[in-house]
Design a protein around this ligand. Structure first.
Ligand code: NCD
Length: 306
């Protein structure tokens, strides 16, 4: 693998190897402190981000490397009309690896085509977000002990939420994973995903009310309504508070259910849920750093055998 655009660029075996490496990093951070001495990551972000960008930067710093980049297209030469293809050619002269986020679907793919360094898709429009999926899977594997034979409820904006598209594609490759998609009809999971599940004979259902199915779930993946991808504000206002996970609703959920969220949270998880032992969304952020460290090492060809 030269670049990471989509979680399916990694085979299940390669993903499992990446998680083994991330887990070794978690337990033996000092072993990794200087592996990337002298290496640089460029974070080229054309769209807002807190976690993903800082997570890539922390990952490289934890490995002994350095960081350059821009947090906003408006402060880069994109504002002068430079193409992504030209920007990546330039960035290739300054850095050893690049993480790119862009509001346009496919922009990181264009970058990868013109790049002489590995490019990581850090989120492209409403399309894919492979490193969030690596984070989500590592969190499930670490906290639940396995990535097969469980039921996951994916709730919220399943139409525009790129994290959900990448997550379902990746989890559909593991044995016995059942999906319950919980969304308002306007924000349904795209047909290409349900068609993929049908073709593979994977069990899934689509419902509107979270309360109806919460008791069946081993993992609940909450998401934010993606305001920036709506065509009109009225629709956003109508749908934004469709789901609010409360301690009351959690009463019928399993004791062992994991609550995940890629963050940022807006209103979809009440703040008092944070102290419930099932809330794992802040731990998930920490797993994101370990798995990005593992990914950087793998793409730079520096990953040790673990
Ligand atoms: C997600 C994203 O950017 O798609 N955030 C993240 O990377 N953790 C989810 C979101 O913005 O809602």
């Amino acid at each position: 693998m030269e670049h990471l655009m989509n979680p399916l660029d990694l085979s299940v075996e390669e993903m499992d190897k990446m998680f083994d490496l991330a887990t070794d990093i978690e337990h033996n951070p000092e072993k990794y402190r200087h592996i990337c001495d002298g290496k640089r990551i460029a974070t080229c972000f054309y769209e807002p981000s807190t976690r993903t960008r800082l997570s890539f930067e922390s990952a490289m710093l934890n490995l002994g490397g350095q960081v350059i980049g821009f947090p906003d297209g408006g402060v880069s030469s994109a504002a002068k009309g430079e193409s992504v293809a030209d920007t990546i050619r330039v960035v290739s002269c300054f850095a050893d690896i690049c993480a790119m986020r862009h509001p346009k679907e496919g922009a990181p793919y264009v970058a990868a085509e013109h790049s002489s360094i590995p490019v990581i898709n850090a989120g492209d429009g409403g399309h894919q977000h492979p490193t969030q999926t690596l984070t989500d899977l590592l969190t499930i594997r670490s906290m639940q002990g396995r990535l097969d034979n469980f039921t996951i409820g994916v709730c919220g904006d399943l139409k525009f939420g790129r994290t959900t598209h990448s997550l379902v594609n990746a989890l559909a490759r593991y044995e016995g994973v059942k999906f319950i998609f919980i969304s308002p009809p306007e924000l349904r999971i795209p047909d290409y995903i349900t068609e993929m599940l049908e073709t593979k004979g994977i069990e899934f259902s689509e419902v509107i009310r979270l309360e109806d199915r919460i008791s069946e779930l081993d993992v609940l993946y909450m998401t934010r309504v993606q305001r920036e991808r709506f065509f009109n504000e009225d629709d956003y206002v109508r749908l934004k508070d469709f789901y609010i996970l409360t301690t009351e609703k959690l009463k019928s959920a399993k004791e062992s259910m994991l609550i995940l969220h890629p963050l940022p949270r807006v209103n979809e998880i009440a703040v008092d849920v944070d102290s419930d032992p099932r809330a794992a969304y802040f731990k998930q952020v920490q797993y994101g750093v370990y798995v990005r460290m593992a990914l950087i090492l793998t793409l730079l060809g520096l990953a040790p055998e673990v």
